[in-house]
Design a protein around this ligand. Sequence first.
Ligand SMILES: *Cc1c(COP(=O)(O)O)cnc(C)c1O
Length: 426
Amino acid sequence: MYNFNDGLDFARQMDFNDELKNFKERFYIRKDVLYMDGNSLGLCSKDAEKYVYKALEDWKTYGIDIWTDENANYFLYQDKLGSMMAPLINADAEEVTLCASTTINIHQAIATFYHPTASRNKIIMDDINFPTDKYAVYSQIKLHGYNPDECLKVVKSRDGNFIYEDDVIEAMTDDVCLVLLPSALYRSSQLPDMKKLTKAAHEKGIYIGFDLCHSIGSVPHDFKDIDCDFAVWCTYKYLNGGPGSIAGLYINKKHFDMEPGLAGWQGNNKETQFDLNQEFEHARYAGGWQTGTQSILSMAPIEGSLKLFEEAGINNVRKKSLTLTAYLMYLIDTKLKKYGFSYSNPTIDERRGGHVALEHDDAIRITKAMKENKIVPDFRFPNIIRLAPIALYTSFEDVYEMVERIMKIMDNKEYENFDSNRGIVA
Ligand SMILES: *Cc1c(COP(=O)(O)O)cnc(C)c1O
């Protein structure tokens, strides 16, 4: 399907033909640095910066009227940004909002959808997702008065890399009431089949939600087709919303009448919110799952960033991302295999997220040497170097140049200048 060659001219030709090439200039990228860590923290764009300054100016100008003055109007900012984000997952605008952090939104989702009974109280998770999800679920089970060691049903990965849908489906027994899984694995970048999993869960009357942290902004999702019950995600990875920017929450509209597990006044019906009644009356849209006031300054950069995505189109972003990672795998095959490198991510497009999981037995020392050579990778213990060429700001020449620098590190044995103490990199 792809037809690559390993020369510099080819990389430059790919860049020349790239319809997204001009977006790179809108990001702050340090000179000569090859930033491959946009899957952990996306870079700052000039667009994101502009909206942070606008929010600051609006605060200076309007004071308390920042919420409602028609020229500022931040009262429902989280829902406005939610509606800008909805097309990334093909959801309705009212099904998406911004609030808190991913971890807290998992607490909110579990508090809302977990209704354990004596005979039905188990939650299915996997054993290779980013662990905060499990910490949150574990504590929620405890808060509900159940024993997490019994009620958390962990489906083990067969190989430590991938989730096997059939294993998860087999685990959906009558005592299970909820499933929480990632949409993309943070190590292997595998995209589990969300539709198949959702269909199986719903056939058994089980709620299912997904953590989109490692796919949102890189992989488009079709939630009208998948039809899962809830989803959470952060906005600071592929969405470039800034360190600690406010997180995303999706609630399927068929659940708008469900009572939010964690309530707060910002989740109240907007018509009556300022009556400040003692009784909570939750809003019937995703905003009903808001708790308190969200940080405007941590939402503002997301507005600039989402405008970039509107301009670029998420399907174009995905297409370029797939081509970049396929090209990187091709260069690993042709130039890096001989040094003992391999990769453990899925090779077929439909199953691969936004990064390549490069593997090497000496990954710690090589990671340190890469940093010395102005490459910013993302090391995962014990042997994975995650490399995420980002559609909006990584060029094909950047990928080519990175592989050249890695070859130099290996040819000159530069990594031998470093120790394999993981502390500094992990
Ligand atoms: C990045 C990530 C998180 C981050 O959670 P925070 O609450 O933003 O710290 C959570 N879960 C997964 C799967 C992630 O990849």
